[in-house]
Design a protein around this ligand. Structure first.
Ligand code: HEC
Ligand code: HEC
Ligand code: HEC
Length: 137
């Protein structure tokens, strides 16, 4: 008839595969692989084709970078960041991050919304939309 041990092993393997996402999510609450694909606007522009730090690092640590920049500017008046490749940037959320990532809705917001993160920065800091010229009638 049929081979009971083989059937049981088969069922076990099936169960493990089906529940893999649950184990994976339990093991890390904000896994980089869960983050949605985002639209990078400046990927073809020389000098604007790489982030201020390595992409993988930025993906998981950009909030720390922003915190450090804010403290440097506000506590020490230190406004210049020198990237590893020598490019110099102003340590600024609006003037630097949002200059390259001006598509806030498709970049910052899309990823944050998918992961239920809601940074409060924009109650004070301007977004590219705020800076866009207003149409006149
Ligand atoms: C000079 C242009 C430039 C500046 C300034 C810049 N970025 Fe980037 N950023 C990029 C580019 C280009 C990529 C994609 C690089 C790649 O695909 O390897 C990127 C990638 C990222 C990513 C990873 C996105 C993903 O899922 O792959 C995050 C998050 C990010 N940037 C946030 C920031 C923040 C926050 C700041 C300001 C502290 C900032 N960036 C400043 C150009 C820039
Ligand atoms: C690829 C996904 C992704 C992109 C793109 C992204 N973020 Fe984030 N961001 C996250 C995640 C995930 C967290 C929360 C991490 C945590 O809770 O530990 C976060 C947290 C933050 C925080 C801290 C919020 C808090 O309440 O702690 C700030 C500030 C922030 N992001 C700014 C930005 C800005 C500005 C951009 C666009 C330039 C951006 N992020 C783009 C994934 C992303
Ligand atoms: C209550 C208002 C307020 C909120 C909310 C706020 N900031 Fe700021 N932030 C300021 C002010 C004021 C400055 C000083 C501006 C200057 O001197 O250039 C500043 C400066 C900064 C700077 C350095 C200067 C620059 O041009 O960006 C960074 C980086 C920064 N904030 C990041 C953040 C981030 C990230 C968040 C959200 C997690 C945030 N801020 C939320 C008011 C605010």
């Amino acid at each position: 008839m049929y081979d009971a041990p083989k059937v049981i092993v088969g069922i076990l393997i099936f169960l493990i595969i089906v529940t893999l996402p649950i184990w994976y999510n339990a093991a890390c609450s904000k896994c980089p692989s869960e983050m949605p694909e985002v639209v990078i606007l400046t990927a073809d522009e020389p000098g604007r084709d790489t982030c201020v730090m390595e992409t993988g690092y930025m993906k998981t640590n950009h909030m720390d970078v922003l915190n450090v920049w804010r403290n440097d500017v506000i506590r020490d008046g230190d406004r210049i960041f020198v990237a590893e490749d020598g490019r110099k940037f102003q340590k600024s959320l609006t003037n630097t991050c949002m200059d390259c990532h001006s598509n806030k809705e498709q970049f910052c917001d899309q990823c944050h919304t998918a992961l239920s993160v809601d940074p409060y920065c924009w109650t004070c800091h301007l977004t590219p939309g705020d800076l866009a010229p207003k149409e006149v009638e």
